[in-house]
Design a protein around this ligand. Structure first.
Ligand SMILES: N[C@@H](CCC(=O)N[C@@H](CS)C(=O)NCC(=O)O)C(=O)O
Length: 213
């Protein structure tokens, strides 16, 4: 398999964690977002959305959208699983993953932040307010969700797709100055996840393109 991604991309980071949890080997092809490589003709042929990640499977299929990629990995390589064993648990894990991937991350995406600064004229203070209102607001909801579902991790005591989404979202939130000080449950889970070897391997700073910007 080949993963097209970017070291600091939170959506790519999710998939790297899932691949590492499943112990899967893959090739990595960096797409430099700061150089606009996501908009190159070659990459657009893989993902017309001009977003990373994309996964090329062993059969040559291209899958985009990190949640769809993680669902594919689960179906193609079921063991070890990154989903809870019961239907309610799976639904809760998907709820948390979807909330982080759809209600938090898109509001802090590079192209959105560029638009807000360069087209809509937001200054640093207004941008920070935006980030705390939208990604921060969605994370506040997830803090409440995990209060009901958590054990050692987001849903129970086993790592799931929810944790694959939480850690990159937390990493991005810190990077962009979202106030996470009130999210004590998420912080505890984040710190525990970071100690796991799969999360260590998937960390942005461990990626080959980490210093190439
Ligand atoms: N919903 C997509 C989001 C992908 C996404 O937003 N990727 C960002 C990096 S985390 C990106 O490629 N941004 C490029 C840009 O904004 O131009 C997924 O889950 O895969």
């Amino acid at each position: 398999m080949k993963l097209f991604g970017y070291w600091r991309s939170s959506a790519t980071y999710r998939v790297r964690i899932a691949l590492a949890l499943k112990g899967l080997d893959y090739e990595y092809e960096p797409i430099n977002l700061l150089k606009g490589e996501q908009r190159s003709e070659a990459y657009l042929a893989k993902n017309p959305l001009a977003l990373v990640p994309a996964l090329e499977t062993e059969d040559g299929a291209i899958i985009v959208q990190s949640l769809a990629i993680m669902e594919y990995l689960e179906e193609a390589f079921p063991s070890p699983s990154i989903f809870p064993t019961d239907a309610i648990g799976r639904a809760k894990a998907r709820t948390i993953a979807t909330t982080l991937a759809s209600e938090a991350q898109p509001f802090m995406n590079l192209r959105i932040q560029n638009y807000l600064k360069n087209e809509a004229g937001l200054d640093e203070a207004a941008l920070k307010q935006w980030l705390n209102q939208w990604p921060g607001g969605a994370m506040a909801a997830v803090e409440k969700m995990v209060a009901e579902t958590r054990g050692d991790f987001c849903v129970g005591d086993t790592l799931t797709v929810a944790d694959c989404c939480l850690v990159p979202q937390w990493f991005a939130a810190i990077r962009f100055g979202v106030d996470v000080s009130g999210f004590t449950q998420l912080n505890e889970i984040y710190e525990r996840c970071l100690k796991h070897p799969a999360f260590e391997k998937a960390h942005p700073l461990k990626q080959p393109d980490a210093v190439s910007t």
